[in-house]
Design a protein around this ligand. Sequence first.
Ligand code: FES
Length: 144
Amino acid sequence: MQTQRPPTRRTFLDGIIGFCSSIAGAAMALPAIAYLWPAARASGAESVELPGAKDMTPGQSAMIRVGSEAVVVVRDRNGFKAFSAVCTHLGCLVKWDAGGKRFLCPCHAAVFDENGHVVSGPPPSPLVKYVTKQVGDAVFVSAA
Ligand code: FES
């Protein structure tokens, strides 16, 4: 018959350190997973009306929130375009440059063209496109 030895101070401390390390690791990993999984951040088929759409003139932009995502909507001569305002590099918010007809990211000087494609800078992919739907004077924006 085998007897069980009582835990020593060393094994007790090893267990506490292991537990604390696991909690710290999970706390660091969860934001990284949320960042790397953008589809998980998008919130389904929510459609948001763009406030003041009928007063926007070609070249103007507006920032709205669709679900949990910041979205920049631009009016051009053909209608409205919408893209996630979240830069695909490290997540800074891009701004519309009406004069240059492009999106600029202030964090690492990235430039996206008017269709959201990367022109220069470190972003690995284009801005995520959103769908716009015009109904009379109202414009609705939703995830693609
Ligand atoms: S976060 Fe936009 S270029 Fe780095």
